[in-house]
Ligand binder design. Structure first.
Ligand code: ADP
Ligand code: MG
Length: 338
């Protein structure tokens, strides 16, 4: 055996990056989550070659102070929690302080940021784990993060990337879900100069659905709601308008997109016998739950969550979706083309 050594920070961050940054879409997800946590009302995402060449996310959020710019890129550096107890009342999407250092370890990263009440902005660039001097720069209020040449220094990871079209497809899918998760935020996704998706950000979920899925799906959706515990709101398609996969299931808990077999099975139970085998509804469902009732600290990608007690939640979901079928379909609020 060789002597035991502590890994240098770049190597440690590159290894940690394996958990957080698998492909361009994972970078986009982390950067959008940071923009949302910063209180942004507008988030613009531009990608080049499916994000493999460059990803740029700009927001109009609170910004990062010049003194914090080189702390933000350190591992376990976060402004969102201080103790593990804070996870019980988590109101942010991020909390691990891992995204920026991980992205910085496997790309060429630049962050430009201007605080709300500041007249100038500042920029930091990181390459090969080394950050350059912080320089003053003219920039709008908010933050712009640019990620160039993802995996340029980790060729083994780069090999697993697919074509720009495939990577862009995953990014577009993610931005769509983000737009559905936060109808109060305007999201724009650009493939270089081409607009791929743009949501209005006027807090109207129906209009966000229209922007993401288009008129054909939107017109066939009915509103669901459940007051009390848990609060449920959203839209589901009528049984005559189904898809060939579960890809169009969107569950959001307190605005966080989650994957949940259990919620999916309640949804399907509501449609049971109403739709043919191997056909699936479209669903955009928001649940509001006390953060104490579930745990998001399961995996760095944070898509899976653990519920403390799922049964009342499943029951309420089942009832609220079933209520759509219980009344004549023309008497339920429906999405009209904006
Ligand atoms: P986390 O989101 O888990 O805190 P990150 O590595 O993603 O960790 O970000 C580190 C810190 O940098 C955040 O806690 C936040 O203070 C700051 N930050 C990152 N992105 C932004 C942004 N777009 N606007 C404002 N602050 C940001
Ligand atoms: Mg983050």
């Amino acid at each position: 055996m060789k002597k035991i050594k502590i890994l240098d920070p770049l190597t440690a961050n590159q290894i940690a990056a394996g958990e957080v940054v698998e492909r361009p879409v994972s970078v986009v997800k982390e950067l959008i989550e940071n923009a949302i946590d910063a209180g942004s009302t507008r988030v613009k995402i531009t990608v080049w070659e499916g994000g493999m060449k460059r990803i740029q996310v700009s927001d109009n959020g609170c910004g990062i102070s010049p003194g914090d710019l080189n702390i933000a890129i350190l591992r376990h550096a976060t402004s969102k929690i201080e103790t593990v107890q804070d996870l019980n009342c988590l109101h942010t999407l991020g909390f691990r302080g891992e995204a920026l250092p991980s992205i910085a370890a496997v790309s060429k990263l630049a962050i430009t940021s201007r605080l709300q009440n500041s007249s100038v902005g500042y920029m930091i660039q990181v390459k090969d784990g080394h950050s350059g001097e912080i320089s003053e720069i003219g920039t709008p209020v908010g933050t712009e993060v640019t990620v160039d040449q993802l995996f340029y220094n980790t060729p083994a990871r780069k090999k697993f990337l697919k074509t720009p079209v495939t990577e862009l497809g995953q990014i577009s899918d993610l931005v769509g879900r983000m737009a559905l998760s936060r109808p109060d935020i305007s999201f724009a996704l650009m493939d270089e100069k081409k607009v791929i998706l743009k949501s209005p950000g006027n807090s109207d979920l129906a209009q966000a659905i229209y922007a993401v899925y288009g008129g054909e799906i939107a017109r066939n959706m009915k509103e669901i709601s459940h007051e009390g515990f848990p609060r449920i709101s959203g839209f589901v398609t009528l049984p005559q308008s189904t898809r060939s996969s579960r890809h169009y299931y969107n569950f959001f808990i307190n605005g966080r997109w989650v994957k949940s077999q259990e919620l999916a099975s309640s949804l399907e139970e509501a449609y049971h016998t109403r739709i043919p085998d191997k056909r699936f509804p479209v669903a955009v469902i928001h649940l509001v739950l006390d953060p104490e009732l579930f745990d998001v600290n399961v995996h760095p990608a944070k898509l899976e969550i653990k519920f403390k007690d799922i049964s009342p939640i499943k029951e309420a979901l089942l009832r609220s979706v079933q209520s759509v079928f219980a009344v004549p379909s023309n008497s339920i609020p429906q999405i009209y083309a904006p």
